[in-house]
Design a protein around this ligand. Structure first.
Ligand code: AHG
Ligand code: MN
Ligand code: MN
Ligand code: MN
Length: 334
């Protein structure tokens, strides 16, 4: 009888087959998976516990923190602090990065994460997720500082997401392809169900918050006008639109059947070039998408080449099916 391969078994084998992957990434992923299982169990019971709604505080983003934002953030901080893998952590829900606790064994990596992506969907029972990005920590044993986290996305050692949907899945890459694992609640393990995920180069499906149309740059307006015109326009075929309001859910759909996800530059808020954050949303998702054969730019520059200037810096995001992303990016050169 074929027994499913667990996340840890797969990641250990992957590191054996690819010496460039540090051997301890399997254990780091396994520890992170425990925190995701805990978050998933809370998300799936949110209505039964008093954990829905706002926490009553604003985060560094200027957003009303949801109770589950705070609880999920704590779950990862506590779950990862004493694993010996990390030198520090940074999160959407924390103003500054934190050291690992005094007395904990300092590890070789930095963890960046969006503990709960798509928070606005919690109370309406629509899929949410967790996004994570692993970077190398500075060699020396000193305390980490924000600058240590400001590494381009191309430097990521590992990245991925958990999606708390009709099933709970964890999808990650360590630079040698993308693999997806489904939580088997009977044994509490993530089991390999989506080996070698690939994003088709072409697609007829796109995801964007169309209510921001008047704030977009001309190239994006042109691209969307053409999709909306469908077979009556220059594209000569009809397209379909989806917008979940959770980046993780939209990206996971694209990882399964292709498509384009866009949160492009907009003039809605002069201080923010786009809504999504580079370090713990755009970079990890760009790494996963590229490793599955897709592409990811800010409209002009490859996301993974952007040199970060701040932990919470925002970037425009255009990612997904390669030929579509190259078309939109090409319109920005015209
Ligand atoms: P978060 O809940 O972590 O703050 O992220 C929400 C993001 C992203 O998940 C989603 O694609 C986007 O916000 C939706 O933005 P709009 O509500 O403006 O459509
Ligand atoms: Mn948020
Ligand atoms: Mn998010
Ligand atoms: Mn979030």
């Amino acid at each position: 009888m074929q027994i499913g391969k667990t996340l840890k078994q797969f990641a250990q084998e992957e590191a054996l087959n690819h010496p460039e992957i540090p051997a301890d990434i399997a254990s780091l992923l396994d520890d992170l998976a425990v925190a995701c299982k805990y978050i998933g169990s809370l998300v799936n019971r949110a209505g039964l516990l008093d954990i829905r709604g706002a926490a009553g505080a604003e985060n560094v983003q200027g957003e009303q923190q949801q109770k589950l934002d705070v609880i999920s953030n704590e779950a990862i901080l506590q779950g990862m602090a004493h694993t010996g893998h990390l030198a520090g952590m940074g999160s959407e829900e924390m103003d500054d990065p934190c050291q690992i606790p005094k007395g904990a064994r300092r590890g070789d990596y930095l963890l960046l994460f969006d503990p709960l992506d798509g928070s606005s969907n919690i109370d309406v029972n629509i899929s949410v997720g967790t996004i994570f990005s692993v970077l190398k920590a500075p060699e020396s044993g000193r305390d980490v500082v924000e600058k240590d986290f400001q590494q381009a996305g191309s430097k990521q050692v590992c990245a991925g997401y958990a999606v708390y949907g009709s099933s709970i899945m964890l999808v990650y890459t360590s630079g040698f392809g993308v693999n997806g694992f489904t939580l088997d609640p009977n044994i509490g393990e993530f089991i390999l169900t989506h080996p070698n995920m690939r994003v088709p180069a072409d697609s007829k499906e796109y995801a964007i918050n169309a209510s921001n149309y008047r704030y977009w740059e001309k190239p994006v307006q042109r691209y969307i006008d053409e999709l909306v015109a469908g077979k009556t326009g220059p594209r000569g075929q009809d397209f379909n639109m989806r917008w979940v309001g959770s980046m993780v859910a939209d990206v996971h759909r694209i990882m399964n059947r292709g498509g384009t996800f866009m949160y492009p530059f907009d003039t809605k808020d002069a201080k923010k070039p786009g809504k999504l954050r580079l370090m713990y949303e755009a970079n990890p998702m760009a790494f996963v998408i590229e490793q599955a054969g897709g592409a990811a730019t800010d409209g002009r520059t490859r996301i993974l080449d952007i040199q970060p200037e701040g932990l919470h810096q925002r970037v425009p995001v255009i990612l997904g099916s390669k030929n579509e992303v190259e078309r939109v990016t090409g319109y920005h050169q015209d």
